[in-house]
Design a protein around this ligand. Structure first.
Ligand SMILES: *[C@@H]1O[C@H](CO)[C@@H](O)[C@H](O)[C@H]1NC(C)=O
Ligand SMILES: [Ca+2]
Length: 493
């Protein structure tokens, strides 16, 4: 009985934990869960490319791409007038209300009370039925113990009778008597000790559950209160807005946080995180990895629209911490086509060492051109993976890892430089994210997030280097802790 009870208790707790932990489901991961057998692969140390089987395959060709947009662009930043007595007046926040922010194509910001409430209500149902079940069992047990009582009383009476007969049938009965006496003691003992304690344990389990339900009910009630008046969002969006973050910076928005931008008057304003401190600020964050909280194995459509969490609030009521997200290919394309644009790619390993790669020219063509990438003017410390390929490789092996001029690929849209008859052999399927894959990559910023850095082929879903990789810095089998891409209109400094 004890065992049963504790097992049931454990099961219940487990169920509770599982349902609490199951917060969000990822709808569009790579559905291919079948592992490809490793045997057929040649033993290659560096898996940033696919070695060429010259007898059977087409040679990869580099596609011509127009160079990134260049020319005048922004004028240099005006020198600021001496700031004296910065009087800014009271700040009004236009977007405080609603469980989600106005433009929700970038996902939910901050956990919403409504979701939590729904989870709680679901849990409450399952716990309630279990408690009823348990209550029934306790009742049955109580009844059983009642009939035991009757049985014991009968035996007790019998015993008295036997004792009377003893005189007459002393010899015959004495053996029988002792046996009954022993049985009596045995039963009485279990009555007194075991059954009541089992009931006690069950009762305490039920009590515990009742307490838990009360807590849940209280939580639900408070959530209901929060949601009755539309949940207040924990982040305010600054009033200052602009075409993109450099524009906002020039208008006086000088703190790094979430802003609304509107690249042109025909498109809806949307939220984005602006980095206003790195390299003089003005950066629009288009990609960010930092904790693996968002899955990047997504569809073409998802990459087109963007996904993830733009920002979260940590202190006060501002969303001053970026989340993990991909801004969206349509938006990135539009932003980089306003004028000459530069991109800054920053990364950090698990020992907090940092390097970066900066490209003075960065243009993404539109969807009709498969979001073709063009880059120019590298400078930095991470290595020029995007234009020159992986520094560890040579000749053809290296050129097939160059990303510049590649089309964008996702697991459901193969535009990579790997021409193969087998539809499973696609870079994006094997390497975990959407990216400008060639055959396949020297850099894989949208790859799978591995905790701790070092990983190996047997940990990877398809045996390939699918981590958050920048080969030129850390090689194929090191997945970086942080990776981000930010863009800014190019202007002479
Ligand atoms: C390319 O890679 C293959 C397989 O690893 C290797 O056999 C070949 O020698 C490499 N070619 C060059 C030019 O490094
Ligand atoms: Ca292909």
């Amino acid at each position: 009985m004890f065992k049963r009870v504790s097992i049931m208790k454990l099961l219940l707790l487990f169920l509770l934990c599982v349902s609490i932990l199951k917060v969000q489901s990822q709808p569009d991961y790579d559905p291919e869960d079948v592992d490809t057998p490793m045997g057929e692969e040649a033993s290659v140390d560096v898996r940033g490319h696919r070695p060429l089987d010259k007898s059977r395959e087409l040679r990869p060709t580099l596609r011509p791409a127009p160079p990134p947009i260049s020319g005048g662009g922004y004028r240099p930043r005006p020198t600021k007038p001496p700031t004296s007595g910065k009087q800014k007046g009271p700040i009004v926040y236009p977007d405080a209300g609603g469980c989600k922010h106005a433009a929700d194509e970038l996902g939910v910001l901050c956990p919403t009370g409504c979701e939590l409430q729904m989870t709680l209500v679901k849990q409450e149902k399952s716990v309630k039925s279990t408690v009823h079940d348990l209550s029934d069992k306790v009742h049955i047990l109580s009844k059983n113990s009642g009939s035991f009582q009757v049985y014991v009383t009968t035996i007790e009476e019998n015993l008295v009778k036997r004792k009377k007969q003893r005189g007459d049938n002393q010899n015959v009965v004495s053996e029988y008597n002792t046996e009954i006496e022993q049985q009596y003691h045995f039963i009485k003992e279990s009555m007194d000790n075991n059954i009541p304690s089992a009931i006690r344990v069950l009762r305490s389990v039920v009590d515990n559950l009742h307490k838990k339900i009360q807590k849940l009910e209280a939580a639900i009630a408070s959530q209901m209160d929060n949601c009755r008046s539309p949940c207040t969002v924990s982040c305010n969006i600054p009033v200052v807005s602009g075409k993109e973050c450099e524009d906002i910076f020039r208008k006086g928005g000088e703190t790094s946080e979430m802003y609304l931008i509107q690249p042109d008057t025909f498109s809806k304003p949307y939220k984005v995180y602006c980095d206003m401190s790195t390299e003089k600020g003005g950066w629009t964050l288009i990609q960010n990895r930092q904790d693996g909280s968002v899955g990047f194995g997504r569809t073409w459509d998802s990459y087109k629209r963007g996904f993830g969490n733009v920002a979260k609030g940590r202190e006060k009521k501002y969303c001053n911490t970026p989340g993990e997200y991909w801004l969206g290919n349509d938006k990135i394309s539009q932003l980089t086509n306003i004028g000459p644009t530069e991109v800054l790619i920053e990364m950090e390993d698990w020992d907090n060492n940092k390097v970066s790669a900066q490209y003075g020219g960065f243009t993404i063509r539109n969807e009709a051109h498969k979001y073709q990438l063009s880059l120019s003017n590298y400078k930095g410390t991470a290595g020029n993976a995007l234009m020159e390929g992986a520094s560890q490789l040579h000749g053809e092996n290296r050129t097939m890892t160059i990303h510049n001029s590649m089309y964008f690929s996702t697991f459901d849209r193969d535009n990579d430089g790997w021409i193969h008859a087998d539809p499973r052999k696609q870079c994006s399927k094997e390497d975990g994210g959407g990216w400008w894959y060639n055959r396949c990559h020297a850099a894989n910023p949208n790859g799978r997030y591995y905790w701790g850095g070092q990983y190996s082929w047997d940990m990877a879903k398809h045996g390939t280097d699918d981590g958050v990789v920048w080969m030129n810095w850390k090689g194929s089998w090191y997945s970086l802790k942080k990776m981000s891409m930010k863009i800014r209109p190019f202007f002479p400094q």
